[in-house]
Design a protein around this ligand. Structure first.
Ligand code: ADP
Length: 241
């Protein structure tokens, strides 16, 4: 099967005066449809930048980024936004809900922007699936961290994405709440076949995905299947950064 995501020789640099900062250095990997993968590595190693390039939030300085066989690196911001609308879901560590809107309204926002019909009923359905039907009229401030992340998951799934990108999705949640959110994400991967790419520095969470790529100083330094990894780690997990 063709990969859903193809990253070839991707670099990202920032210019500051005379100085060039290389944040990602010649990264190559691809992601199979329906698979699960984590990107790990120390703080500042380029994980968030890489996720943003894969999702079309930002553009590579060189190299090719293909999502569903579409070259994102050739597209401008508006065109990339269209592709994101069509194929991509994204969740963030800090949830990024709009504080002045209720849970239901937050889920409805992207649907409204896409000009869809019947959005209230569909948004209610999505909230029901993440177990929040009864909290639909609550504002983010009235919801716990885990509940807010579930609202953001419902919002991310409003376009039935083929691929979900998650940037430290449990970074602001306690252990028990993290577990519930993660269970939900993996359930969606299984039921809908949604490809999952997540950034985390929690090795226990990373080990639940089928594959782990590791960045260091903007370089991809390892690409492992977790079957092998789990055997060698013998269940002793730790957080690293
Ligand atoms: P990680 O997610 O692994 O912590 P990031 O991708 O957030 O790493 O950042 C990688 C590096 O890129 C950091 O050194 C960061 O300061 C730098 N960086 C990120 N965005 C910009 C930007 N817009 N301009 C300049 N440097 C940036």
């Amino acid at each position: 099967m063709e990969p859903i995501l193809n990253i070839r020789n991707v670099s990202k640099t920032y210019q500051s005066g005379e100085h060039t900062l290389t944040v990602l250095d010649n990264i190559t990997f691809s992601v199979e449809h329906g698979s699960t993968m984590s990107i790990v590595g120390p703080s500042g190693s380029g994980k968030t930048t890489l996720l943003g390039l894969c999702a079309g939030l930002d553009r590579a300085s060189s190299g090719t980024v293909e999502l569903e066989n579409i070259r994102l690196d050739h597209l401008n911001e508006d065109q990339r936004a269209q592709i994101r609308n069509q194929y991509v879901g994204f969740i963030f560590q800090n949830f990024q809900l709009l504080p002045t809107l209720t849970a239901l309204e937050n889920v409805m926002v992207p649907m409204e922007l896409r000009g869809e019909k019947n959005i209230k009923a569909r948004a209610m359905d999505l909230l029901g699936r993440v177990g929040l039907a009864e909290r639909s009229h609550h504002y983010p401030v009235q919801l716990s961290g885990g509940e807010q992340q579930r609202v953001s998951l419902a919002r991310a799934f409003s376009n039935r994405p083929r691929i979900l990108f998650a940037d430290e999705p449990t970074g602001n949640l306690d252990a028990e709440t993290s577990e519930k959110v993660i269970e939900l994400i993996f359930e969606i991967n299984k039921q809908a076949g949604t490809t999952l790419v997540l950034v985390t520095h929690d090795l226990e969470l990373a080990s639940k995905t089928r594959r782990i790529i590791r960045l260091k100083g903007g370089k991809l330094i390892s690409d492992e299947n977790t079957d092998v990894f789990q055997a060698s780690a013998a269940g002793s997990f730790r957080k690293f950064n």
